[in-house]
Design a protein around this ligand. Structure first.
Ligand code: PLP
Length: 364
């Protein structure tokens, strides 16, 4: 007996590689590999989560109505244009399942976030990678990659794993070049870290302005609720309604919804998180430059560092840092074998990183 045969292409999909969390022989390593929030999460969110544990016997509210209402208020959005997911990851999958048939394609930048391609390939679609220029989305290359079978164009703004961003003008130029039947999926997982940077816009207005844009956001990063898996999308009513047809009815758990509602109300935590990251980004970048490395400009809570020939490769440095109990992210699976991605940690963690780097590369 040979058993059931997966659909063509399924076994060609490479597993998503998460940031490592363990180092052999080290009890509690410092994890700077998954772009998690160094400050933890809002105490109010933790309390709400615990309070929700009194009702674990109840199904969640399927349309996340309270969260929907509060989010709509907080961002001045129309509640019926919102959709919630088990992390924003699930929304990429739903968008692909809604719009892609075998033989269609998605277009993404060369270093696109890995979950998009997995979702697209699972639908039998081709993934087209448009070259980037200095680790930044190249709008012309993206437009050149589009053909008659393109159904979704993905960008993350700011982007993971590079940390760079496109101005609103550039995003709108990309959008203007798309055929009307192509969905622009604007992944704003790190948007809160970029708001206020020159020319940046978080994509919500774009999704309000056009019927073929879906902007996604997450509670995993700025709100520090990655464990709970809450993502949301904002788009045209037709897009959201179509995706909602295939969304599992109870895809966001009850404690997760409760914690997200409380997290939204804690503006102080969000401000502190942004301030913490903005304090460290320039210090980290300057230190990396001092070591002879090439940090990409970051609009996120991490820095992606290039290793020109400076005596140690990215892989050697990743191994050295691991030996000192520090886990950073190698980017070989993103085609960036000579780069490492380093999340901003707590003060203690980031100082530990920089002193280990000083040990390896010498004084700045
Ligand atoms: C660009 C980007 N999009 C989406 C996600 C996934 O977010 P979520 O936890 O909401 O699924 C991540 C997580 O690392 C990310 O880097």
């Amino acid at each position: 007996m040979s058993g059931p045969e997966p659909k063509p292409g399924i076994l060609d999909i490479a597993h998503y590689v998460p940031g490592k969390s363990k180092v052999e022989g080290i009890d509690k390593p410092i994890k700077l590999s998954a772009n998690e929030n160094a400050l933890g999460s809002s105490p109010a969110a933790r309390e709400a989560y615990l309070a929700a544990s009194a009702e674990l016997n109840l199904y969640p509210e399927g349309r996340a109505n309270l969260l929907r209402e509060r989010l709509a208020e907080a961002f001045s959005l129309e509640p019926e244009r919102l959709i919630f997911g088990c992390g924003s990851d699930e929304l990429f999958t739903l968008a692909c399942q809604t719009y892609l048939e075998p033989g269609d394609n998605i277009v993404q930048p060369a270093h696109g976030f890995a979950a998009w391609a997995i979702a697209a390939r699972a639908c039998g679609a081709e993934v087209r990678n448009a070259p980037e220029t200095t680790l930044t989305v190249d709008v012309d290359a993206m437009l050149a990659a589009i053909d008659a079978r393109t159904r979704i164009v993905f960008i993350a703004n700011p982007a993971n794993p590079t940390g760079t961003y496109l101005t609103d003008a550039e995003v709108r130029r990309l959008h203007a070049g798309l055929p009307e039947n192509v969905l622009l999926l604007y992944d704003g997982a790190y948007a809160e870290f970029a708001v206020g940077l020159e020319g940046y816009a978080d994509g919500l207005q774009l999704a309000r302005d056009f019927p073929n844009v879906l902007t996604t956001r997450t509670f995993s990063k700025i709100y520090g609720l990655a464990a709970l898996r809450v993502g949301w999308g904002y788009g045209a009513p037709e897009v959201v309604a179509a995706m909602d047809r295939i969304r599992l009815p109870f895809n966001v758990g009850r404690p997760a919804q409760a914690a997200a509602v409380a997290a939204l109300a804690d503006a102080g935590f969000v401000e502190r998180s942004v301030a913490h990251v903005r304090k460290w980004l320039p210090r980290m970048s300057e230190a990396f430059r001092g070591f002879g490395l090439e940090p990409a400009p970051s609009a996120t809570n991490f820095v992606t560092v290039g290793f020109p020939k400076v005596g140690a490769t990215a892989a050697e440095t990743e191994a050295f840092l691991a030996s000192r109990g520090l886990i950073v992210r190698g980017l070989t699976n993103y085609g960036l074998a000579d780069h490492l991605r380093v999340t901003v940690g707590t003060d203690f963690e980031t100082e530990a990183l920089l002193s280990a780097m000083t040990e390896r590369f010498g004084r700045v």
